[in-house]
Design a protein around this ligand. Structure first.
Ligand code: T1G
Length: 675
C-alpha cells in the first residue's frame, strides 16, 4: 500500500503522504509522489496541485535508513526536477519541520504555504552531508547567499516567518486550516504564468558574506568536511554557473561526503542517540510514574544546574540546603544564569520569573515529602550519601524515585540503606548540569523497570541525551576516562610533556586534552588534601596550590584571560619525579600517545560491554560525544575503533603490553566491528 494517496478538490489535486513517523522520503514515497505528479500533470481537469503530509510533519528529509543501500528510482534529485518541470503549479503545504529533502521537495514546488509554527531547514550538514537534491542551488537563487550559507552550512531550521520574509515561503496559512488555505492558494495561482521555478532564477554572488561567514564559523567547523562543501556549493550557485553545472557540482560534493567516514560517523550518532533511549528488555509502553515535583538536595554548582533542567521544562523544584547562606547563594546563581540567558535574548523576562517562581528553596528536609523524584547532589562521600538516603527513606512518599547524582560511587550500596532499593537509581549529570546534554542513568541491581523507564522518559523532557549505565566504578564515561588519564601521566614520566599530549588530543578533534581538562575541572578534585603527602605529580601540583584554571596555575600557567602557557615549574616537578623514579626519558611519538591514551579507552569500552555495564557499543559512543566532546565526525570511541580497524587497535595495545579485552581480540580476529 503506497504511503501516497490523492484527493480531488474540484480542479485541484491534493497529493498526500502518510509515512509515519516523519514522512521520510523513502523509495515508496518518492515513487508515489512521482506518479501522482505525472498523473496530475497529464489530467486536463487538474488546474493545480497541492502536496501535503499527514501526521506530525511535512517530509523531514530523505530516509536516512536507506543510505548505503542501492538507491531505488526515482532518486530525490530526479523527483524534485520532475515536480518543478510540471506544466501546472504545485503548491507545498508545510507543517511541522520541512527538513533536508523535505525542504528541497518544497523548494522544487512553484509555491509554498506554511502554518505559523512550521520550520524549514537543511540540516544535512549535521549528518556530514549537504542538501543533495538541489537545495544548495535553489536556496541561494530564492533567498540569497547569506541565508543559504546559514541554512546549509550550519543546518539550523528557520521559522516560517523568517522563511516567508526571505521569500522561501509565499504564504502563511492558518494554524488549523492548512489544507483549505493551500487549496485556495492553488486555485488563486492556477492560471499564473510563467510558473516560478527556482532553478530559473539567478543568485547574486556575495563574497563578503562568504568571507564573514567563514570567519565567524571557522572554529565551529574545525575538523569537519561538510560545512566547507556546503559553502562551496552555495558559492557555485552564485558564481554565474548554469543551474545544471551547479547541480553537477552539488552531486559530486554530495557523493564525496556520502562515501566519507565523517558522514558515516555522524549518521551513526544520529541513530545511536535515538537508540540509547531504548531500554533492552523493558516494554516501550511501560507505565511511568508521575513526576509533578522534583526535589534536589544541595544547592551547589551541580544542584543548581540540575534544578534548572527541571525548572526550564516547567517542572517545579524544591531545593534543599543545610545552611541559609548556601541556599541563598545557590538560588542566586540559578537566577543569574537565567538572567544571563535573557540578556542574550534566549529567554523572555517572564520566563525567568516563571522558572524562579517554580523554585522552592528551603532548609526543611521534610519538604521533600511531596516530591515524586528526589535527586541528591551533595559531597561525593559514601557516608554522606548513606545518611541522606536513610533520611529520604523515612521522609519520602511511597513510589517516590530516589536518585543520586554520584559520578562513580556504588548505587547498589546507597540503595541498600533504604527499604525501597527498587526506587533508587543513579542520575549522573555532567557539569555544568544545565548545559551538558549527557545524563548517565545508573541502573541498580534492584532498580524497578518502571523507575528506569520513568527517568529515561524524563530525560527527554528535560532535553538530555540519556544512556543506561550499570553499577561499576565510573559507570561508562569516567570509567573510560581513567585509563586515559593514567596512561597520560605515565607518558609524562617517560618523556612526553602535557602540551604534547594535549596537542595530540586536540588535533584528534577533542575540545581539550587530558591536562587542559584536568586544569578546567580542578587538579584538586579527589586530592587527599594533605600537602605533605606527595606521591604523584598531581599531588605535587595540588600541594603548591596549582589547582588549575581557578588558581591560574595547574599543569599550565594561565593569564587573566585563562590562556594556558607551558609552565617551567611543572616541567621541574615532572623532571624531579622522573629522576626519583630513575625513568629513562625518550622521544614519544604522537602515534604512541594515541595508542596509549585512546586505544586503552576502546579496550575499557570493550570490557564495559563484556560486563553488561552498557547496553550497546553505540551507547558508549553517545556518552563520549555528549559528555566529553568527542568529535562527532569520528562517531565515538567504539565507532572510531571500527574505522581504525580492530586488528590495528589490538596490535597497538599488544605492542605496549596491554591486556586486550577478550571481546575486542575476538572481534578483531573475526574481522568484526563494535557497531
Ligand atoms: N530518515 C529516517 N528516519 C528518521 C528520519 C529520517 N530522515 N528522521 C527521523 N527519523 C526517525 C528517528 O530515527 C526516530 O526513529 C523517529 O523517526 C522519530 O525521530 C537528499 C540527503 C524530524 C526533527 O536530518 O531531525 O534529506 O527511534 O526521535 O525528536 O538532501 O527526527 O522512533 O525508531 O528524532 O520529534 C535530512 C532528521 C536527511 C532530519 C523529529 N533530514 N530528523 O524529531 O523525533 S538527509 C534530517 C530529525 C537528506 C537530502 C538529504 C528529527 C525530527 P525511532 P525523532 P523528534
Amino acid at each position: 500500500m503506497s504511503p501516497i494517496r490523492t484527493e480531488r478538490h474540484g480542479d485541484v489535486l491534493v497529493i498526500i503522504s502518510d509515512n509515519p513517523p516523519v514522512n521520510a522520503l523513502g523509495a515508496a514515497v518518492r515513487q508515489g509522489l512521482d506518479s501522482a505528479i505525472r498523473d496530475g500533470d497529464a489530467d486536463a481537469e487538474v488546474a493545480a496541485m497541492v502536496i501535503r503530509c499527514d501526521g506530525r510533519t511535512f517530509f523531514a528529509g530523505a530516509d536516512i535508513t536507506e543510505f548505503g543501500k542501492p538507491m531505488q528510482e526515482p532518486g530525490l534529485p530526479t523527483l524534485v526536477d520532475r515536480i518543478e518541470a510540471s506544466s501546472k503549479p504545485v503548491v507545498a503545504a508545510i507543517h511541522g519541520t520541512a527538513l533536508g529533502g523535505g525542504c528541497e521537495v518544497a523548494l522544487s514546488c512553484h509555491y509554498r504555504i506554511a502554518v505559523p509554527s512550521a520550520k524549514v531547514g537543511t540540516p544535512e550538514v549535521k549528518l556530514g552531508l549537504l542538501p543533495g537534491a538541489g537545495g544548495t542551488q535553489r536556496i541561494p537563487r530564492i533567498a540569497g547567499v547569506k541565508l543559504a550559507l546559514e541554512m546549509t552550512a550550519k543546518g539550523d531550521p528557520i521559522s516560517a516567518k523568517r522563511a516567508a520574509d526571505a521569500g522561501l515561503i509565499d504564504r502563511i496559512a492558518g494554524e488549523d486550516s492548512l489544507e483549505a488555505d493551500a487549496i485556495a492558494f492553488a486555485r488563486e495561482v492556477a492560471a499564473v504564468r510563467p510558473l516560478p521555478r527556482a532553478s530559473e532564477k539567478t543568485a547574486t554572488a556575495d563574497p563578503d558574506a562568504v568571507a564573514a561567514f567563514k570567519k565567524e564559523n571557522g572554529r565551529r567547523f574545525h575538523g569537519f568536511d561538510a560545512p566547507n562543501a556546503n559553502i562551496a556549493c552555495v558559492e557555485k550557485a552564485a558564481d554565474g554557473s548554469s543551474y545544471a553545472d551547479g547541480i553537477a557540482f552539488e552531486q559530486r560534493e554530495f557523493m564525496r561526503l556520502m562515501m566519507g567516514v565523517q558522514s558515516a560517523a555522524q549518521r551513526h550518532i544520529f541513530f545511536a542517540e535515538r537508540q540509547a533511549s531504548k531500554i533492552d528488555g523493558i516494554a516501550a509502553d511501560t507505565a511511568l510514574r508521575p513526576v509533578k515535583r522534583v526535589g534536589v538536595i544541595g544547592a551547589g554548582t551541580m544542584g543548581g544546574g540540575i534544578s534548572m533542567n527541571f525548572l526550564s521544562a516547567g517542572i517545579p523544584v524544591t531545593i534543599v540546603e543545610m545552611a541559609q547562606d548556601a541556599l541563598d547563594r545557590g538560588t542566586g546563581v540559578i537566577r543569574k544564569n537565567y538572567e544571563a540567558s535573557a540578556a542574550k535574548g534566549r529567554l523572555k523576562p517572564e520566563q525567568v520569573e516563571a522558572a524562579m517562581g517554580a523554585l522552592t528553596p528551603t532548609l526543611d528536609f521534610d519538604a521533600l515529602a511531596d516530591c515524586d523524584l528526589v535527586i541528591e547532589a551533595v559531597y561525593e562521600e559514601m557516608s554522606v550519601k548513606k545518611d541522606i538516603f536513610t533520611r529520604l527513606d523515612s521522609i519520602c512518599k511511597p513510589g517516590a524515585i530516589l536518585a543520586s547524582n554520584t559520578s562513580y560511587l556504588n548505587v547498589d550500596e546507597i540503595a541498600a540503606v533504604t527499604s525501597r532499593p527498587q526506587d533508587v537509581v543513579g542520575m549522573h549529570f555532567f557539569s555544568p548540569a544545565n548545559v551538558m546534554k549527557l545524563l548517565e542513568v545508573v541502573r541498580g541491581a534492584k532498580t524497578a523497570d518502571d523507575v528506569l523507564a520513568t527517568v529515561m522518559a524524563l530525560a527527554k523532557t528535560i532535553r538530555k541525551v540519556a544512556v543506561v549505565a550499570g553499577v561499576c566504578d565510573g559507570f561508562i564515561g569516567n570509567r573510560m576516562l581513567m585509563p586515559r588519564q593514567v596512561e597520560a601521566m605515565k607518558l609524562l614520566m617517560e618523556g612526553a610533556t602535557p602540551e604534547q599530549i594535549d596537542r595530540v588530543h586536540v588535533a584528534f578533534g577533542m575540545p581539550m586534552g587530558p591536562f587542559q581538562m584536568s586544569d578546567l575541572a580542578g587538579v584538586d578534585i579527589g586530592w587527599h588534601r594533605d600537602p605533605n603527602r606527595i606521591e604523584s605529580i598531581r599531588d605535587a601540583l595540588a600541594a603548591e596550590g596549582r589547582w588549575g584554571q581557578k588558581t591560574k596555575a595547574g599543569f599550565y600557567d594561565y593569564d587573566d584571560k585563562r590562556t594556558p602557557t607551558p609552565s617551567p615549574r611543572v616541567a621541574e616537578i615532572i623532571e624531579s619525579f622522573r629522576a626519583k623514579a630513575g625513568s629513562t626519558v625518550r622521544e614519544i611519538s604522537d602515534e604512541e600517545i594515541v595508542e596509549k591514551t585512546l586505544y586503552t579507552m576502546v579496550n575499557e569500552g570493550a570490557l564495559i560491554l563484556e560486563e553488561g555495564m552498557a547496553q550497546r557499543a553505540s551507547d558508549i559512543d553517545v556518552v563520549w560525544i555528549y559528555g566529553y566532546g568527542w568529535p562527532v565526525y569520528r562517531g565515538g570511541p567504539m565507532f572510531w575503533a571500527d574505522t581504525e580497524g580492530l586488528a590495528k587497535v589490538v596490535a597497538g595495545l599488544e605492542k605496549h603490553g596491554f591486556a586486550v579485552a577478550t571481546s575486542l581480540k575476538d572481534k578483531a580476529a573475526a574481522g568484526g566491528r563494535f557497531n
